[in-house]
Ligand binder design. Structure first.
Ligand SMILES: [Zn+2]
Ligand SMILES: [Zn+2]
Length: 295
């Protein structure tokens, strides 16, 4: 098959590689569409846990063209979206409902071959049947949108809440739409790029151009928030390195562990270990968006 391969850091090639083998509990998915995630860019720059060579891509959907001998739930020809986060289900973390910390965690397109290829092997239990009428392009958004839905479940924004969001990239733009559809009365979004802000505005957000005037604009806007934003602590400073941060009015306390996540600009071989486990307490959702459901 043909695949896009990262042979090493900061290198990319289109190569002919072996088709992936199908284990008994797996299926082979012919990829119809695969999104490009910010994580793929981090992997390219060797800022993530991936080893090289790697076929990246974890936001994909396609058609099942081979079924492992032990698979009973998926059949040939099924159209599926794939959850790229694979947990063992047996380690201490998995057994304590912290599967995102799984000691044996694997990620399709992160630690094993992903969707920037014609075919991908995926455990059948990670495959979700697509409804009739859903396009391939829509289906490739299921993974990032699932992260957004998970974020909302964790946050449970109340009707009428005001929400401040840093970053109007793809995840931020999905979050804006999800928040607006979940009763947030006002979503304020800060970003550097005017074209992204224009799109955010179209989705119903109040926009603030990042830059020297942003802090004054946020102070003015924050008068309408139900609690005072902790601007002095510089929560916007934490978001400058990429990823999407979603802030509800938060108590003024520091969250140093968050700053070590690679999405926030720090290199770490095992970044998932550094994420705080009690986000409900922190009330600050950071680059949670690539963590599996369950935490
Ligand atoms: Zn992603
Ligand atoms: Zn595990």
């Amino acid at each position: 098959m043909q695949a896009i391969v990262f042979p090493q850091a900061e290198a990319m090639s289109v190569e002919r590689v072996d088709d992936p083998p199908c284990a008994p509990d797996e299926v082979i998915v012919q990829v119809a569409q695969c999104g490009i995630c910010g994580t793929d860019v981090h992997i390219y720059h060797n800022e993530y846990m991936s080893d090289f060579p790697l076929i990246p891509g974890h936001e994909f959907a396609g058609t099942v063209v081979e079924v492992g001998s032990a698979v009973r739930t998926i059949k040939l020809g099924d159209r599926v979206a794939v959850d790229p986060n694979l947990y063992c289900g047996a380690c201490d973390f998995c057994r304590n409902e912290q599967a995102n910390h799984c000691s044996n965690w694997q990620g399709i397109g992160i630690t094993r071959g992903g969707g920037f290829a014609q075919f991908v092997a995926a455990p059948a239990r990670a495959c979700y049947l697509l409804p009739e009428g859903m396009s391939d392009q829509q289906a490739s958004f299921i993974e990032p949108l699932a992260c957004v839905v998970h974020a909302l479940k964790r946050f449970r924004p109340a009707p009428g809440d005001s929400v401040l969001l840093f970053g109007a990239g793809p995840m931020g733009l999905l979050l804006i739409q999800a928040l607006r559809n979940n009763g947030a009365s006002r979503v304020v979004v800060v970003d550097k790029q005017p074209d992204r802000l224009a799109l955010a505005q179209r989705f119903g957000a109040v926009t603030v151009q990042a830059g020297p005037d942003a802090e004054a604009a946020l102070r003015e806007l924050s008068r309408a928030f139900t609690a005072r934003l902790s601007l002095r602590r510089g929560c916007h400073g934490r978001a400058r390195c990429g990823g999407t941060g979603l802030c509800l009015p938060a108590p003024a306390r520091s969250v140093p562990s968050v700053r070590r996540h690679p999405q926030w600009g720090h290199r770490a071989r095992k970044p998932l270990r550094y994420l705080p486990q009690r986000l409900d307490d922190l009330r600050l959702l950071c680059a949670l968006l690539h963590l599996p459901a369950g935490d």
